[in-house]
Design a protein around this ligand. Structure first.
Ligand SMILES: O=C(O)C(O)[C@@H](O)[C@H](O)[C@H](O)COP(=O)(O)O
Length: 247
């Protein structure tokens, strides 16, 4: 069985979310110690929401200078601004709205009431990413978070969907099997240009996708190979189908 990165297993979803929050805070603090600022790519989903709540509740959240963190999104559900189903809304309500972040450093993907199509939103995001990268492409994010779907999707890159093979830094997604059908996503090459990618998974429903991604590397999650490291932070249920655990 080949491994694309370290696998760290925690007892359950609560412990996982607490551990990811603590690691994340340290990772951002380290980046700031090195270069004075940090960048993170947020994801949507239930386990991510739990992580965000834990960040806010963490006694060590002050190790990060929140005004010097750039927040990006790995994917977004193409819905009107403020819609509770938007990944942006989830992150803002769970932690961003309660921390002293610099609004100029919060980079949501355009909402469905601001632009007409997911492709338009992707174009705008490509421009914003290029600007942050100094002209073209996208920044090498200090940390990129990903949830994983039962089908092995990450961000809004679903198996068999053309967006999975898209070039450029961001792409409009249609026909997503997970509602809503219209989405916006970073592309696989942008995801893999991150310094660190952490895939977070909780629950038995994810066990097969986790095992297949780690053993075959064909599913979208299995194709994640960030420049620095790729880490799988999962709970026991999500790890229940892994045959050979390597720590
Ligand atoms: O917009 C979204 O839904 C996502 O960003 C998606 O990639 C999500 O992270 C996974 O589907 C896991 O979601 P759960 O943790 O809710 O299973």
């Amino acid at each position: 069985m080949s491994r694309t990165g370290a696998v760290i297993v925690h007892n359950d979803a609560d412990v996982l979310a607490e551990a990811v929050a603590a690691r994340l805070l340290n990772r951002l603090a380290d980046a700031q110690a090195h270069r004075g600022e940090a960048s993170i790519v947020l994801t949507g989903g239930r386990i991510a929401a739990k992580v965000y709540q834990n960040i806010l509740g963490s006694p060590i959240r002050t190790v990060v200078d929140w005004s010097k963190v750039d927040f990006w999104w790995g994917d977004e559900r193409f819905l009107p601004s403020g819609d509770p189903e938007r990944n942006e809304t989830q992150a803002r309500e769970a932690f961003l709205d309660h921390l002293p972040v610099d609004p100029e450093r919060v980079h949501p993907m355009a909402a469905a009431d601001a632009v007409e199509t997911p492709e338009d939103a992707a174009v705008l995001y490509r421009e914003e990413l290029a600007k942050a990268a100094g002209g073209e492409g996208a920044p090498a994010f200090d940390l990129l978070l990903l949830g994983i779907g039962e089908d092995g999707h990450v961000a809004s890159l679903f198996p068999g969907n053309p967006a999975l093979e898209a070039s450029g830094s961001a792409v409009g997604v249609r026909n997503s099997p997970k509602p809503p059908s219209e989405r916006v996503s970073l592309t696989m090459s942008t995801i893999n240009a991150a310094t660190a990618a952490w895939i977070i998974a909780s629950g038995e429903g994810k066990a097969e996708a986790v095992d297949e991604s780690l053993s075959k590397g064909e599913l979208p999650a299995g194709r994640v190979k960030a420049v620095g490291h790729t880490r799988w932070l999962i709970d026991k249920d999500a790890a229940s189908q892994l045959k050979h655990l390597e720590f």
